[in-house]
Ligand binder design. Structure first.
Ligand code: PLP
Length: 429
């Protein structure tokens, strides 16, 4: 009887009883939309309404949802080996994935440490930088980060992030961090002198940065040459370079990794999100032999004593491997190129609009600001979100920033629809 009663209620209503959602103030945002199905670039809700996934479900499902190549590989793996301890054991999916990734990672990345998500990937990147110096007997305990960066929600990751809504309540418990502004075309020498001062005053172990594009800071772009100069200065001062490519990795900027756009290469790379193509959760932190070498010792305590139970889960490894195979394929590379060009064309069109500023694009990522003041989670943002959803497009504006990051497999028709709904929003607001 109770089951029948329950069945009459919508999923959205039943959700309210027991579920607590991420990044949500439930008092002001009580409604969750129930999604029943996802295929390719489309999400379908419980009433059958379809939405084009304009942000690849938070930058994960870049080869489309329920991609049959990937689900097929995972289904096969499920019959073979589901899970095994990765301490003392190894398996082919992890080995094959490491071989495939080392080929596409920025030069010098040789060793892969598995974890569960983007936050743990950066957490381990931070630990690698700190313990590298600890193992060498250097007194360096401070991390360097960009203002407004976002690196995740665990304590280390949160400490180096600069967004107060996320981490304000925990400030007293942060690891030590110094922050510098991101480089723009005009401020690089200023940023470099701030950096020099910080290097002189603090014993900096590592620099964690989102290369070229800060995702959570509302797709804020910074200057490649400026970044390169900062990285060079850090390297000269033995500061470990930790590139957080959780958002930018796997083709989104038009190259395999955002670090590929600049000459100074990272010592450590953090990966997640599109790593597993939106199918399963997993993170990875890779590093160079220089880093690995500082942990390789007869002394057990010099090892990296960090491990998650599901480390290198074979199903997630197979999903990731299938994703990499698609990424390097001619078809996907051509699609990325095609979307990049379409974005550039759309940007040109937007630039003539007086309601719009800071129009920018790199690879499949395109963003701009509406020329109005509003707060990050304010009324305008909610109205825009609703407008897009009512028109069948899932975009998640941040404050007055509208951005897209469509799956690489999006059709011309779907992409045009995203653009035209954005244009209608500009007329409407
Ligand atoms: C999303 C994100 C993270 C955190 O990843 P989670 O999987 O959500 O923990 C870290 N860094 C960047 C740049 C991100 O975009």
């Amino acid at each position: 009887m109770r089951d029948i009663e329950m069945a009459k209620e919508s999923l959205s209503d039943r959700d309210k009883k027991h579920l607590w959602h991420p990044l949500t103030q439930h008092k002001t945002s009580p409604e969750m939309l129930a999604i029943k199905k996802a295929k390719g670039c489309l999400l379908t809700d419980e009433n059958g309404k379809e939405y084009i996934d304009g942000i690849s479900s938070w930058y994960t499902a870049v080869y489309g949802h329920c991609n049959e190549y990937i689900t097929g590989k995972v289904a096969e793996q499920m019959q073979q080996l589901d899970q095994v301890v990765f301490s003392g054991f190894t398996h082919e999916p992890a080995i094959k994935l490491s071989e495939a990734l080392v080929k596409i990672l920025p030069d010098g990345q040789q060793k892969l440490f598995f974890n569960d998500n983007g936050s743990t990937a950066t957490e381990i990147g931070i630990k690698m930088a700190l313990q590298y110096h600890h193992n060498l007997g250097n007194d360096r305990k401070v991390m360097l980060a960009f203002e407004e960066g976002f690196h995740g929600d665990t304590f280390g990751a949160m400490s180096v992030s600069g967004l107060s809504v996320y981490n304000g309540a925990f400030e007293d418990h942060f690891i030590r961090v110094e922050r510098i502004p991101v480089p723009t075309k005009d401020n690089t020498s200023e940023v470099l002198s701030i950096l020099e001062e910080k290097i002189e005053k603090h014993n900096i172990a590592g620099f964690i940065y989102e290369p070229l594009i800060q995702g959570a800071a509302a797709m804020k772009f910074h200057d490649p040459e400026g970044l390169n100069a900062i990285l060079k200065k850090c390297r000269e001062n033995e500061i470990i370079l930790v590139a957080d490519e959780v958002m930018t990795g796997f083709g989104k900027t038009g190259k395999y990794f955002a670090s590929d756009h600049i000459t100074e290469k990272p010592d450590v790379v953090c990966m997640s999100k599109a790593l597993t193509a939106g199918l399963l959760p997993m993170g990875l932190t890779s590093c160079s032999m220089k880093i690995y070498g500082a942990f390789y010792s007869d002394d057990i305590a010099k090892g990296l004593f960090h491990g998650h139970t599901y480390t290198a889960n074979p199903l997630a490894c197979v999903a990731a491997l299938a994703g990499v195979e698609l990424l390097v394929s001619k078809d996907i590379q051509a699609n990325i190129q095609h979307i990049s060009e379409a974005n550039i064309e759309f940007c040109k069109k937007l630039e003539g609009n007086s309601k719009v500023k800071n129009v920018r694009s790199r690879g499949v990522i395109m963003a701009f600001e509406l020329d109005v003041e509003t707060d990050r989670y304010g009324g305008l943002r909610n109205k825009l979100f609703k407008f897009f959803m009512d028109h069948g497009v899932f975009l998640r504006p941040l404050g007055n920033t509208i951005y897209i990051l469509p799956p690489f497999v999006i059709s011309d028709k779907e992409l045009s629809k995203i653009y035209s709904v954005i244009e209608s929003a500009l007329t409407e607001f």
